[in-house]
Design a protein around this ligand. Sequence first.
Ligand code: MOS
Length: 702
Amino acid sequence: MTALTTGARASAVGTAHTRVEGRDKVTGAARYAGEIPFDGLAHGWLVLSTITRGRVLSVDADPVLGMPGVLTVLHHGNAPRVDIDYTGMLGMPPDPTIAVFQHDRVPHAGWPVALVVAETSEQAREAAESLVVRYEEEAHDVTFPGERPDASTGPGPGGPGATEKGDLEAELAASAFVLDAEYSTPEEHHNSMEPHAVTALWDGGRLEVVDSNQGTVWVADELAKLFSLDPASVRVRSEHVGGGFGSKGVRAHQVAAVMAATSLSRPVRVVMTRRQMFSLAGYRSPTTQRVRLGADAEGRLRALEHRCLSRTSTVHEFIESGAGPARVMYDAPAHHTENRVVELDVPSPTFMRAPGEAPGSFALESAIDELAEQCGIDPIELRLRNEPEVGPVSGLPFSTRNLPACFREGARRFGWADRDPRPGVRREGRWLLGTGTAAASFFAGAAPSTAAVTAEADGTFTVRINAADIGTGARTALTLVAADAFEVPTDRVRVRIGDSDFGPAMIAGGSMGTRSWAWAVTAAAGELRERLSLGDGIPPEGITVRSDTTEAVGALAQKERHSFGAQFAEVAVDVATGEVRVRRMLGVFAAGRIVNPLTARGQFTGGMIWGISMALHEEAVRDRNTGALYGADLAGYHVATNADVPLVEADWVDDPDPDDPVGIKGIGEIGIVGAAAAVANAVWHATGVRHRALPIRPDRVL
Ligand code: MOS
C-alpha cells in the first residue's frame, strides 16, 4: 500500500455532503451553456409554425436579410440535408422533429420552419418576428378522445405493448369484489429552469458543441449520424445543467445551430424561449386508463387489467406506458396490461420524469385504494396481502423487494394506525381532512459506462467520466463513491464530467445514471489501487487507469430490479371553494444504498412535490381550433409553488442492491411515482368523493 491511500477510514458514501460545485453555482462562477463566451459568436432564433397542419408555401427571407446584423435565414429551401435513417444510442429511431428544415410539411403547431441568425440575440429575435412565412393550411385533429378505434398497441419504454395471462372475464366473474374504473391524466410539461441552449462551432476540423443536456455522448452520437460525421470529430460538452427531466436530449435547436455554424463558419448559439420549450422540448402525453380489479373475499387479487391509451404525433411514435407499473406491483391469476397510442397533429411527446410510472401509478394506486374501500380492508393491508413472490409478468425473482418495510416504517411515522377509515367524517372549521397512501416502484438498472481515473503526482485523484449532473448532485455522489474506492478523503478527489471526449457512458436518465457511472468509477479505482500497491512512484503525468463496465453490466443475473416506496399524504379540502391543500407528505423508499443523503432527500422530495403538482395543478390545455396550447408559459401552466408545498419528508429503509459494487439502485424518478395517487386517495378520505381525473381542480371538487 502506498502512502497515498490510508486503508482504514470511514465511508464517504452514506454521509451528507454539500454539492462540490455548490459555491460556484451560488456565486455565478458556474457557467451554463447559454452563458459561455465565444469569440465571434452569432445568435440564432428559431421561427416556429403558426399553423397546426399544412405546408410552407414560402419563407420571405429577403426583407429580413436587410435588417441590422442579420447574417442568414435557414429554412427548408436552403438548409443542408441530414440523414435521419438511424437508430440512436437509446435503441430508438430519432424523432424527425430534430431534422429541421428538410421539407415543407408542417405536422403540428410550433413546428420549426426557420432559423434567423444575427450578430446579437436581439437582432435575431427582431428579424425572426418580422419574418413572413406563408402557409397552405389543412384541417387538423388534436383532440385526445380517450378510447379510439384507430389506436395501436406498440412497445413503449416500459416494455411490450401488451401482456396477457389467464382468463380475465372468468376471474372477474368469480371475484367477490370487482372494481372497474377509468382514470385520466392531462398533457403535462417538463420545463426546466434552464432553457435548452447550445453553441456549435467548427474548430480545427472538429464540431465543438457546448450544450445543456442529459448525456453528451447521446447528443454527439446523434449529431454525428445526422451530419454523417466521423464520431471522433464531434465533441459535446455539458458541464452544468439546470434541469432535464427527460427533455434534454437531441432537439431541433442543436441541429439548427450546427447547420448555421457550418454555413457561416462561426460559432452559433441557439437558446429556446420558455414558450418554444412548450412545443419543442417534449412533454408527457395525456392518458386515459381503464383498470379492472377482481378480488376474493380476503382481498386477494384474482384479476387485474390495466389498459392505458396515450397520444403521439404523426411523425414519431412515443408511447406513455401507463400500464407498466402493474407488471411489477401486483399479481393475479388473470393479469392483462396494454399500452396503446393514437396519432394526432400534436408535437411528439417524450420521456418525462417517470415515464409511464407517473400517470400509470395514479390509476393503479387509486384503483387499489378503491378496491380496499370495497373490501373493507385497510389499503396498506390490502397491498401487503398482494405482495407477489416473483415478477407478475416476467416470472423472475426480485433482486430485492422491500415494499412492506417501506409501508411499515411509513405507517409508523405517519401515524397510520390511528386512522379512521371512514371517508368524509373529519372536519376542522371549513376544512374536511383526510389521509391517503400509495405504493411506488421504478425500474433499477445499470448500463455500460467507461471511466478514467488518474493518481496525480501531488497525491490527489482525478476522475473523468462522461456523467451529466442535471441538478441531481451526480458530481458530488461520484466524488463520494470515488473517495471510498480510492480510500482517501473527498477533498483529494476531483471529478470531471460532461465531456464526450471522456468516452461513452450512460446518460442521466432512466434513474440509471449515478449507478452506472459509480460502477465504472469503482472498477477503474480498484484497478488503480492495485497498480499503486505495487509501490511504483507516480510520474509527473500521473498514472491513469480506464474501465469499461460493458461485460460486468451484461453479466447481471436476470432478475426483476426495482426501487420501491410508500407514499403518504394528508389533505384538507375546503368544501366552499373546492380548494385542496396538502398538509404533509411522507415518502419512505427502498431504493438501494443511498450515496449522499443530502442530495438524495432533495431528489425524493422534489419528485413528491412534483406529485403534488400533478395531483392538483398541472394541466396543459390544447385549443381544438388552433391546435396550440393555451398559456404555453409558466404563468398559464400551473405548477406547485412554495405556498402549495407543506412539510414534505422523505426517508428510506436499508436496501442495498446485492449485485451492485456500491449497492446502488437509483433514485431519479421514483419520488413522483404514487405521489399523485396518495393525494387523490386522501381527497377521497376527506370528502368521500373519488377523483379519477387529474388535476383535482377546485371546479372538479365542487
Ligand atoms: Mo428521465 S424521464 O429518464 O430523464
